[in-house]
Each structure stands twice: as C-alpha cells, then as structure tokens.
Ligand binder design. Structure first.
Ligand code: SAH
Length: 410
C-alpha cells in the first residue's frame, strides 16, 4: 500500500501510511470506511439480528487522547521517536499523526529535541542499554489535563530536575509527569515501578457527566467523543428501573457502572487490573456515588462466586478485551440469569462466538449497533443487547437465522 495508491482512492491519505501501518483503511474515504465496517459487522453479527447503522464521527481526526511513542536511535546516531512499523520493532518517525491528539504529538516532539542537551540516552533493545524507552501522553478531553509518562530502564535520572522544569515551562498544560521504570526485555510498554516527578500522578477526565481519575496503567477508552455515545447507548438499552442490581464486568476504572449507577439499585464492578480497580473505587467516592462496589479479579471467577453464593443480578454490562469473554463467565451469567446482558465489544469475531454461547443459554439478541471508535483503522466496536427468553419463549435449540425474526419480548 503506497501513499500514491492510497491517494487514488482517498485524497486525504496520510503520507506515513505505507510505512506506519497503524491505520489500515487509509485507502478509503471516511464514508467508505463506515460502509466497510457496517458490511463487516453485518457479516459477523447479522446471524443474531438486525445490525443498526454504524455511528460515525463528524470530525474523524486527532481523536486519540492517548499517544505512545517509542524512542530509538538510527545507525547515524540520530534520535527518532514514533510508532513501531506494523509487525516489526523498526521505529517509523511520526510527528504529525492524523488520528493522534495534537498537543500530545507536540510534547513528544519537544521531548525528543531536548534529550541531547540533558544527556538523556535512548534505549537500544539489541543490547538493553540506554535510558528512555517510550513517552506516553494522555489528555483529558473535557478537562484538558495532560499526563506525561516517561518510560525508562532505571530511575537513575541525573538531569531530572532541569529537564522537568524546562519541559513544564515549554508545556504549561502538563498537569502531571510520571517516571515509569521498565528494565525488562519485553513488549509491554509500562513497567511495575513508578515515581511521580510532578503533580498528582494521574489526570481526570469527564464522561457522561461524571469525573474519572485515570492512572498511567489503567485502561481508558481512547476516543472520548464516541465513548460517550457508546456508553449512553449501552445504558439506555439496559432500561434500568432504579432498583436493578447491575454488574459491570471488565469494568476498567468503573466508567460504565458509575454512569449507570444513578439508574440502579446497586452496581457491582469487577476488573483484573488492580490499579484500575483502585481508580474505580476513588471514582465512585469522588462522584458521591454510594451504591457501587468494585472488586479485583477475573470476571469469570467472580461471576462463578456470585452464582455459587446465590446472588442476584438484573443487568450485566460486559466489555471484555479483544479475546472476548470466557465460558466460565457465560455459564455463570446463565446461573445468575439476569434479564438483560449488554455486551460491548472491540472484536466482533469473539463477540459472535460468545453470542452463540449465550444463545445456548437462552439469551436472544434484541439490538446490535456498531459505533466507530477508531476511524482510519480496521477496528470495529459494537454494542449488543441480549434478553433472556422466558421459558415460554424458548422454542428449541438455537437456530441462527431464527434470532432475526423473534418478536421483542414484553
Ligand atoms: N469497561 C471499561 C474497560 C474495558 S477494556 C471501559 O470502557 O473503560 C477491558 C478491561 O478488561 C480492561 O480494563 C482489562 O484490564 C480487563 N480485563 C481483562 N481480562 C480480564 C478478566 N479476565 N477479568 C476481568 N477483567 C479483565
């Protein structure tokens, strides 16, 4: 895929596309991308019911509020920063990405320019030497707060003070600066140790009228505009009645559960990542929400424990990672038997697999809608609402095509 050939079909194509590979749909105009995604969603999920039209973005540029740049050195000694070429560890220098936040890109470019003056070396993964591996920038879309995370091989950083003070004077919008230490030979960006160099060590953002605290290691949706649409869709489809017991599984920092809390009796969130759970707990407190509790652990095991303890759930929101959910999880949901399951997915292939498991357990799909969270890339996000078919509604084993013609249960 070369820039020239992309431009034949998309005059807006990014000049870095052929080397970077981060945006797979550069050869299509945005309208065409939406049609392509809709087509794929129908292909993968159409057997479960009508796929409503994808919700696209009005302005599909610079939507990524989290930007991560790898640092390295060319053979001639020049320091480069950018993204890894798809499937390799070669860094493609990118300073002006059409999907990344522009403030974040400007900060990263400036950091690169400052390295030599402060004698900051960059990591060489061939022999494990050097200091700076990555810079991660996150910007709160509504609050404008900016977090910069320097990922380095060690916390020995002799020029720390003057470097931090120059960076802050160049970019007063930075509200916190964190040094993350990752000495390991690994593909993971962040290591386990952290030192806060400036500010609180986290940023806040607003979503669905609530304020959320986001730590460096916590998952947070990267496209805030579309996230709000996605969550509002999910919550409205759940038709909460004020007294419902709601489970927010794979809850991250608690965003969906907390946004749903005002319509629920109680919210129970579960998430594997401990720092995200801590964020979720403080997010509940800071928003004055008293009917939400968060637990850390595997969502499947947690649901099994809930089922074994004879607990009840009326609505389950689930938002698993790309690999999808697990049989343990779905088996346990079947025991808890909530009336509704709202399944948000960033991978319609694993979602389709899981919907088949759900179908075997008597759950039928009522609505499916894709929301374009990742313009220019081939990633598809979908939200899907399932209802448990009351016994008199189950007519026999699951037949994919039947699901399309089922009447809406009252
Ligand atoms: N609902 C959240 C997070 C969705 S991303 C949001 O919208 O922001 C998926 C989350 O699932 C991540 O936070 C990840 O840490 C978590 N996760 C991954 N595997 C898990 C598991 N087995 N059990 C519980 N949570 C898991």
């Amino acid at each position: 895929m070369s820039t020239t050939s992309n431009r034949k079909t998309n005059p807006d194509a990014c000049p870095h596309a052929s080397k970077c590979g981060g945006c797979q749909l550069q050869n299509m105009t945005y309208d065409r991308q939406l049609r392509w995604k809709q087509h794929l969603a129908v292909k993968l999920l159409g057997e479960f019911g009508h796929v409503e039209p994808i919700v696209g973005m009005d302005d599909p540029y610079h939507y990524r509020n989290k930007v991560q740049a790898a640092f390295g050195r060319r053979r001639d000694g020049t320091i480069v920063s950018g993204v890894y070429q798809s499937g390799t560890h070669r860094i493609v220098p990118v300073d002006d990405c059409m999907i990344e936040d522009e403030t974040a890109d400007a900060i990263i470019t400036d950091i690169r320019g400052m390295l030599r003056a402060y004698r900051i070396t960059v990591y060489d993964e061939r022999n494990g030497t050097g200091f700076l591996r990555h810079v991660l920038v996150r910007r709160g879309f509504s609050t404008g707060e900016v977090m910069v995370v320097l990922v380095a091989t060690t916390d020995r950083f002799p020029t720390k003070k003057p470097f931090v003070s120059e960076l802050l004077s160049r970019h007063p919008e930075i509200t916190t600066l964190v040094l993350n230490v990752n000495p390991k030979d690994t593909n993971l960006v962040l290591g386990d140790r952290e030192t806060v160099l400036y500010g609180r060590g986290w940023i806040e953002d607003e979503l669905c009228g609530l304020t959320f605290r986001i730590s460096p290691g916590s998952f947070y949706q990267i496209n805030p505009v579309q996230t709000e649409i996605l969550y509002r869709t999910a919550i409205s489809w759940a038709e909460l009645d004020g007294g419902s017991t709601v489970v927010d599984a794979y809850c991250g920092i608690g965003t969906i559960g907390l946004a749903a809390a005002s319509g629920a009796g109680q919210v129970i969130g579960v998430e594997l990542n401990r720092s995200a759970v801590k964020d979720a707990i403080s997010n509940a407190r800071n928003n004055g929400i008293t009917n939400a509790r968060f637990y850390s652990g595997d969502a499947g095991e947690f649901m099994r424990a809930m089922a074994e303890d004879g607990m009840k759930a009326d609505v389950v929101f689930m938002d698993p990672p790309r690999a999808g959910s697990s049989k343990t999880f779905i088996d346990s949901v079947a025991v808890l038997q909530p009336e509704k399951v709202v399944y948000i997915s960033c991978n319609p292939e694993t979602q389709a697999r899981d919907l088949r498991f759900f179908a075997e357990k008597g759950y039928r799909v009522r609505r499916i809608r894709p929301v374009d969270m990742f313009p220019w890339t081939n990633h598809i996000e979908t939200v899907c609402c399932l209802y448990h078919q009351k016994k008199d509604f189950i007519t026999g084993p699951y037949e994919p095509k039947d699901a399309m013609y089922l009447k809406r249960p009252k």
